[in-house]
Design a protein around this ligand. Structure first.
Ligand code: BGC
Length: 736
């Protein structure tokens, strides 16, 4: 029975892939089969090799050795090389100087924009707006594809509940439902409806799998979790991207259940290919193959290559293990030639789907590179979505600020253009950033700037000048947070406090009694307990990208009404970590204020400082009670849940209405609240709208005790509201 289910599942997944990406060949491309018949063993291995270009200050340049490898047909894929001119030069070597003329595939980390940089992904996720996210991926693809690129190492689909982990900034936060919607949207945005078009990019689903759950939040650290937790909370966004048509997947650096993902056949074969029907190729993450020696999983780099290829890796990024040893491994029978052939077939079919066999230079376009890059339209889009990504955490009425009022702008980050871009800023350059936050504020209102202090260090020598500026002003904007290089890869922290003496400066500025708004630039949930007590308003601006300075000013002065909602929980302190909204009830939930033997802390409330889904507006919204179309439903049926949302303030605003459910009794225990739907609605002052959600068996399905996916009969709670902690409640039941 289980076997049949798995087969059906796989068939459905293949159908989904075919529909979503009509440019992917049904079977293998005949040109690929013809090539495979002609290729020597060395040439086959060459197609599984991916090397980086060298990077110099003036642009990309290849090591001479790698150019020889391309020429010899021993390196079929390059990353970190771009511009129409440079990629054409390399492509000409592959096409004209190799025996078979197979075009190169050019990859790059286009993570939140290419030249026009959008907010970091964690910020983008706080828009709760998959359409806007899809458009931003499309824009990034247009810019990158014109610069000769074919392939982006995105979307990053790693769910995480770890604020210590620097790479939380690259993902969509803690929730699999929201994360899946975003992963699918990004894939559609990059790949479009025609992968062969010259303005689309091949997406790469990463880092497969569960890279976001490193123990203690330390990058690259061990990951271990139950198969059920993995499937329910970590795998859905990767699968959503595969279902949306992504034709490449990157294996993660971490181990899972004792087996590095780079040699994990359960992940790559059983789940990805057999269950999900994935038909593209799997690439390692950087030197992932060689790292299996350090993991203690492979005796040496040759054996690591054997393990990786036999487990389902098709392409070796940068380890040179396939490059050095695969010919021998095949000759000795340690890897079957048919396994290598299959890897080459997958890679070449993707090259065919990209149109590279029709025109290897179609992506290298100096004209489009100029006309598509950093256009006014791209910048306007980046500015609007940056404003939309910001989350108003607190506001006692300080915001919006008064235009025309003398304003003190304080903090090293207020004057930094570089930090606005965040980490993984692709080919985004600081020279393209038109304004820092301080510059942008100066365009709106008379302003003086004082640094006050740096983001790190103990230097308080600037405090005096900052306080003087504050005393002479009518309102204060303090910009604090983390240096942007404190987030991203290899940027884990053991503290989630605001670094240095920035918070001390905040206390002193607050003591002036002047209206004080704090803008935060950071890439992870921080402990803001002290800052939220001291500041009149807290605006989480993340790293908002090329147009971020203007976008911050747009929100501060009310030209844009903030609408961002947290895609990740903000704890009160590090001791609460991990803290997330889909926690279980436990056998001893904390309900009696004075109880000792209940699941609680002695020195901290259980509740976070800012819950998942939280985010204020300059207007207010009220929610009616929930009305249900019925009190129960059964297989094949649905229940519709509706609320009326009213803008009760005096400004137009956008609210993200969120639906959560709880299955009261299950064959395995269920979360107290789990996000199962959301809708954005824009309302004029006084205007109301009915917002409805359809609840069907899929909404309440989960990995049951027998590890099948489906619903169980019983009673459910339903919650609808503007944040996971402010909701209306109703009940319904499901019958088999
Ligand atoms: C990162 C990947 C990235 C790759 C290529 C690795 O270190 O983990 O996310 O795509 O480098 O730059």
């Amino acid at each position: 029975m289980k076997h049949i289910k798995t087969l059906l599942f796989a068939a459905a997944a293949i159908a989904a892939v075919c529909c979503a990406c009509n440019s992917a060949p049904e079977g293998s491309d005949p040109r690929v089969e013809k090539l495979l018949r002609k290729m020597t063993l060395e040439e086959k291995v060459g197609q599984t090799v991916l090397f980086t270009s060298d990077w110099s200050v003036t642009g990309p340049s290849m090591r001479q050795g790698y150019i020889d490898d391309i020429r010899a047909g021993r390196c079929g894929n390059i990353f970190n090389a771009y511009t129409a001119g440079y990629t054409r030069k390399l492509q000409e070597i592959a096409v004209n100087e190799t025996r078979l003329g197979i075009p190169l595939l050019f990859g790059y980390d286009v993570i939140h924009g290419f030249r026009t940089i959008f907010p970091i992904n964690l910020g983008m996720a706080c828009t709760w707006d998959p359409e806007a996210i899809e458009r931003s991926a499309q824009t990034a693809a247009r810019e990158a594809a014109a610069a000769g690129l074919h392939w982006t190492y995105s979307p990053m689909c790693d769910i995480t509940v770890e604020p210590r982990w620097g790479r939380i900034s690259e993902g969509s936060g803690e929730d699999p439902y929201l994360g899946s919607a975003i992963a699918a949207a990004m894939t559609r945005g990059y790949q479009g409806t025609d992968l062969a078009a010259d303005n689309t990019l091949l997406a790469c689903v990463k880092h497969y799998a569960a890279y976001g759950a490193p123990q203690a939040g330390r990058d690259y650290n061990t990951v271990d979790m139950s198969e059920r937790w993995l499937r329910e909370f970590y795998l859905p966004p990767y699968k959503a991207a595969v279902d949306a048509g992504a034709l490449s997947v990157m294996a993660s650096f971490n181990e899972l259940d004792g087996i590095p993902a780079t040699a994990n056949a359960h992940l790559m074969q059983d789940i990805l290919r057999d269950e999900w029907g994935f038909r593209g190729f799997v690439v390692t993450d950087y030197t992932g193959i060689n790292e299996m020696v350090c993991h203690g999983y492979a005796a040496d780099e040759k054996d690591a290559g054997r393990l990786a290829m036999n487990a389902g890796i098709d392409m070796d990024m940068q380890s040179a293990s396939f490059f050095n040893y695969m010919v021998d491994l095949v000759r000795s029978g340690a890897v079957k030639e048919s396994t290598l052939d299959e890897a080459v077939r997958r890679i070449l079919n993707v090259k065919a789907a990209l149109g590279l066999f029709d025109d290897p230079y179609k992506y290298c376009s100096p004209e489009r590179e100029t006309s598509e890059t950093l256009t006014e339209a791209n910048k306007a889009e980046a500015r609007a979505v940056a404003a939309q990504s910001m989350v108003l955490l607190k506001n006692d009425g300080v915001l919006p600020l008064r235009k025309g009022a003398r304003t003190a702008v304080i903090g090293a980050l207020a004057a930094s253009k570089d930090d606005l871009l965040g980490s993984w800023r692709g080919a985004g350059e600081v020279q393209s950033v038109p304004a820092s936050i301080a510059d942008a504020i100066r365009e709106v209102t008379p302003a003086v700037y004082a640094e006050g202090c740096k983001e790190t260090g103990e230097d308080r020598s600037g405090f005096g000048a900052a306080l003087a500026a504050a005393r002479g002003a009518e309102q204060i904007v303090l910009v604090i947070g983390e240096d942007c290089q404190w987030t991203g890869e290899a940027a884990s922290r053991t503290s989630i406090n605001i670094p240095g003496v920035q918070s001390e400066l905040l206390e002193k500025l607050a003591a002036t009694g002047k209206p004080l708004a704090v803008v935060l630039l950071n890439g992870r949930p921080l402990d803001l307990t002290a800052e939220s007590a001291a500041a009149g308003a807290l605006l989480e601006a993340w790293y908002p990208g090329t147009m971020g300075g203007y976008a911050v000013a747009d929100v501060l002065f009310g030209d844009v009404n903030p609408s961002g909602k947290l895609c990740v929980t903000f704890p009160r302190n590090l001791g609460q970590v991990p803290i997330y909204h889909y926690a279980k009830n436990t056998g001893r939930p904390y309900v009696h204020p004075e109880a000792k033997y209940e699941s609680r802390y002695l020195d901290s409330p259980n509740e976070p400082l800012y819950a998942f889904g939280h985010g204020l507006s300059y207007t207010t919204f009220s929610y009616s009670d929930i009305s249900l179309s019925g009190s129960s439903f059964s297989a094949g049926g649905t229940v519709e849940a509706s609320v009326t949302v009213t803008n009760t303030g005096d400004k137009e605003g956008t609210e993200t209405v969120q639906m959560y459910i709880r299955d009261l009794v299950g064959s395995v225990t269920r979360p107290v609240k789990q996000l199962k739907g959301f809708k954005r609605v824009t309302l004029a002052p006084g205007e109301s709208a009915e917002v409805s959600f359809c609840i069907d068996p899929e909404t309440i399905s989960f990995w049951r005790a027998d590890m099948t996916w489906g619903p169980e009969a019983g009673d459910f709670k339903l919650f609808i509201g503007g944040s996971s902690d402010v909701v209306k409640e109703a009940s319904f039941s499901y019958e088999d």
